[in-house]
Design a binder for this molecule. Sequence first.
Ligand code: ZN
Length: 193
Amino acid sequence: MAITNQLKERSNNSCELCSEQDENLMAYAVPPRTNDSTDNEVALCNNCFSQISQSNYSDTNHWRCLTGSIWSEAPAVQALSYKILSKIKTEDWAAEALESVALEESVINWANAEDEIAAAKVVHKDAYGIELASGDTVILTQNLNVKGANFIAPKGTIVRKIKVVPDNAEQVEGKIEGDTIVILTKFVRKSTV
Ligand SMILES: [Zn+2]
């Protein structure tokens, strides 16, 4: 997306993340917001833009620039910097930058929004394709070797009040004989009672 004069001015014609001077800066709207307002946008150089659009943050050295950009006054730049730092927070310096900065809650929510939307799309289905939700009761469709607890939960075991695992569509958690265990959705059938 072409960059508006307003964004040109704010960015001083350089990438708002890595400060690279670039004549062809692009206006990147930080998702889930769109390009309908400059306030949603960050001026990016080609290099930053292409890594972000591929969700490829493996070049952590490049992203050290975020320890500076996160202090920007523009909420969009804060949100994007926070978001990328969160993806590489196994790097000590990234974790430190996240801890040292105090951002508005609205900015942090913005930074996390895209991942939360994606997580909400994870749908859990039982062995027959019926949707499962936390609180449901399921029945095991085969004997289940409970790792660590050293017993086999027989086929037909009823597991009440399961919890779906938010980021994994193939797993639910449930209590069997007092132990909370992870159960694969393909081995359960939703109970209607
Ligand atoms: Zn850049």
